[in-house]
Design a protein around this ligand. Structure first.
Ligand code: PNS
Length: 170
């Protein structure tokens, strides 16, 4: 066996894609499928933050991600609280994946990546550029458009649009 083959077979990429996912958008979904091709295992990790007032519960968000991303064998969905790097250590993840849509994302993402590297250098943050058609889509905008009666199909999976309609009724 060549040295190259030994190195590549020894290194497994366990990646975490963390976020609020309130709710999951087509941009998130695109990132999940692209990250799943790069990682041996991809853990989509929903932040459980009692200080935020989310529209969907953590359980609802996990269920939507599982349904929408379901057929990708190396993808699992989980939730986490506390520091992301502690969760990464617990899950033995060596990579954090984040998406960048526009230059405006860069500053916050750079700050988070540098803090996370300082806290846990073993975990490397990698960035994937959002596809152009999703570069202006955010969960916050989706909620606003939807609450004002706008059409969000094309921005979110159909099952998420359905759940949003359910939230409006309640
Ligand atoms: O989808 P979001 O809201 O942009 O995701 C932000 C998230 C969940 C990645 C970030 O808030 C996070 O990692 N929170 C966990 C707390 C933490 O580790 N903070 C220190 C690094 S900034």
């Amino acid at each position: 066996m060549s040295q190259g083959a030994t190195i590549s077979s020894a290194r497994r990429v366990v990646a975490i894609y963390p976020g609020s996912f309130d709710p999951l958008t087509n941009g998130h979904l695109d990132l999940i499928s692209r990250a799943a091709k790069l990682a041996d295992r991809l853990i989509v990790a929903v932040l459980n933050n009692s200080r935020k007032q989310p529209l969907f519960t953590v359980e609802e968000r996990i269920e939507m991600i599982r349904q929408a991303a379901g057929d990708q064998g190396n993808v699992e969905t989980d939730s986490f609280g506390g520091l992301l790097v502690d969760y990464a250590a617990k899950r033995q993840a060596n990579v954090i994946v984040r998406g960048i849509r526009a230059i405006s994302d860069y500053e916050t993402e750079l700050q988070m990546a540098l803090i996370n590297r300082r806290l846990r250098p073993e975990t490397e943050t990698i960035f994937l550029m959002a596809r152009e058609e999703f570069s202006y889509v955010s969960s916050r905008m989706i909620k606003e458009i939807f609450s004002l009666g706008g059409d969000v199909s094309g921005f979110v999976p159909a099952l998420v649009a359905e759940r949003l309609r359910g939230k409006l009724k309640t």
